[in-house]
Design a binder for this molecule. Structure first.
Ligand code: GUN
Length: 296
């Protein structure tokens, strides 16, 4: 059986149109244009291309971006001062510091410096705590995007076994938390696997829903998947490829060929989770602007 593809690009396009209308309505009502401060430190090519894609999407949704590019030699103090400036800027409703930061910078301290009400990535301890407690917060964009894909595709999560591979703060941990919380898109029984897991396949074969965020190509092959499972591939890996203009091609963390023969529904890479991550960033930025406008 060949899996049906979960088309993140198409869903992202529908949702971005909804968000564009929301942003336009806010502007019409209050004069406020949602704005995101985007900080990129250093010249990592993958980070640069993610940031470019995020800024393009903001512009297409009628939102503003304050684009800050800093050299890889930027000091902790300079970066903290930049975050503080954006915290104080009323035109900036959300702040994104693209990760990973160059070595030598203290990522945790930078994240903690972001005002929680502008933390549209949902990375600050305040937002993470609120998410765990089920309180109003900004949900981290990648797991939130995965949840939207599952819900809008009509995938039942309640009572099913979800296995998440990866325990990063950005994807694995919040993904597991969201799938297990009570409510729509949740109520699943969740297992978290990671680099310390022995016999990974014995867990993945039990998964009705398998979310793969290991950051490593071919982590999951078809023989590790339960027939009919829903597989969400969060990986974005650049692998050298001589025949392409860029010299690389993108692949996920799953072996697409074999997994797609066993799964019932699967996300492709590219065109799966990636466009949804950016879409949820747009939504969080719009929400931050709406909240700021209703307070101001
Ligand atoms: N690096 C990889 N994913 C993300 C993300 O969602 N937000 C930020 N700020 N950096 C990232």
């Amino acid at each position: 059986m060949a899996a049906k593809l979960l088309d993140g690009k198409a869903l992202a396009s529908t949702m971005r149109e909804e968000i564009r209308c929301r942003a336009a309505a806010l502007k019409e009502r209050t004069g406020v244009t949602p704005g995101l401060g985007v900080i990129l430190v250093g010249d990592d090519p993958a980070s640069r291309s993610y940031v470019t894609a995020k800024e393009r999407a903001l512009a297409e949704a009628g939102m503003a971006s304050v684009d800050i590019r800093l050299s890889a030699t930027t000091t902790q103090e300079e970066l903290l001062a930049t975050v503080a400036r954006l915290n104080a800027d009323p035109k900036v409703h959300g702040i994104l510091v693209q990760l990973p930061l160059p070595k030598g910078l203290d990522t945790d301290a930078i994240i903690r410096a972001i005002a929680p009400e502008k933390d549209v990535d949902g990375f600050t301890p305040e937002n993470v705590g609120r998410m765990v407690l089920g309180e109003t917060c900004y949900l981290p964009c990648t797991p939130h995007g995965v949840l939207q894909m599952l819900m809008r595709a009509g995938v039942e999560t309640s009572g099913r076994h979800a296995v998440v591979i990866g325990r990063s703060n950005i994807v694995g941990k919040p993904m597991a938390m969201l799938l297990s919380r009570k409510g729509p898109g949740g109520n699943a029984t969740v297992t978290i696997c990671h680099t310390g897991t022995k016999d990974l396949a014995s867990y993945t074969r039990q998964a009705d829903i398998l979310v793969v965020a290991s950051g490593r190509p071919n982590t999951v092959t078809g023989d590790m998947v339960k027939p009919g499972a829903v597989v969400i591939d969060v990986g974005v890996n650049r692998v050298p490829c001589a025949g392409t203009k860029t010299g690389y091609r993108l692949c996920g963390d799953c072996d697409f060929e074999s997994v797609s023969q066993v799964a019932s529904l699967m996300t492709p890479v590219p065109g799966g989770v990636g466009p949804m991550t950016i879409t949820m960033l747009l939504e969080n930025t719009c929400l931050a602007a709406e909240r700021a406008a209703s307070c101001g």
